[in-house]
Design a protein around this ligand. Sequence first.
Ligand SMILES: [Zn+2]
Ligand SMILES: [Zn+2]
Length: 346
Amino acid sequence: MKALVYHGPGKKSWEEKPKPGINKPTDAIVKILKTTICGTDLHIMKGDLPDVTEGRIIGHEGVGIVEETGTAVSNFKKGEHVIISCITSCGKCEFCKKGMYSHCEDGGWILGNLIDGCQAEYVRIPYADNSLYHIPAGADEEALVMLSDILPTGFECGVLNGQVKPGDTLAIIGAGPIGMAALLTSQFYTPAEIIVIDTDENRLAVAKTFGATHTINNTDGKAEEAVMKITNGKGVDVAIEAVGVSATFELCEAIIGAGGHIANIGVHGKSVTLHMETLWSRNITITTRLVDTITTPMLFKTVQSKKLEPKKLITHHFKLDQIVEAYETFGNAAKEKALKVILTNE
Ligand SMILES: [Zn+2]
Ligand SMILES: [Zn+2]
């Protein structure tokens, strides 16, 4: 089969690899129908995630058809269409029993990281019963790719951890796919104001169409002043960080109001500055989280009922064998006006 293989920082190729087989009775082999590229994959390509070794097939989001199942898989059969979760979970260990699938003792985020992923024609999914989700006939499978990672990530790490409530003033820093997923799912809770901050004017314009009440272009570095003006100097109730660098986290610290929540989503490669000199007395809660994907079934229902329309996030389409070109487009997101790219295995 063909797959996108990581060959060290800056190096990748679409090349021939052996088709995966069943290793354990709990495995399933899935033929990929549609997959996408994540911001995390760009971090991998830069060499930011040293656990990803040379020769690894990357990718952790997609939908497909079950090709083969191990003898212990009871929930899925050959020929069924499935959503692949970015998180692998055994369903039995201490963390899984707490709903903290991200820290499964034999899983977590391993797909396209510690084991071969789904930017390929076929992928092996461990603990298939717990790590795949059924797709009913007639569903919009392209939209469901957004359920593999970005919707549960934006919702769980941003909206739920940030405890967004009706009437809140919410700021989302970073209008990439994850920030947009937080923007879409935050509206389940009807915040009064949603301020989206980025430096890309196109993404800010898109955020407006997705429900942002205010957008701030922070190219001039004056977002803090702008937020304070909007909030009459009080700051926001919830600040969601969806970039993953110190400057954007410090912006959250600067704009958070008393009693507020800072919910981090960003993947941080470096330390950030914690301004305890201003935060210590302000009743602030700071949260971090890796997505558990426990809300995937709930989010699936909201997509099926069109309460949530993640298809809006898809800006580009490629065939799976054009994946190197798709990386170019996604890697130049501002110039290409790219959010999510869909790769179809034809
Ligand atoms: Zn992802
Ligand atoms: Zn587990």
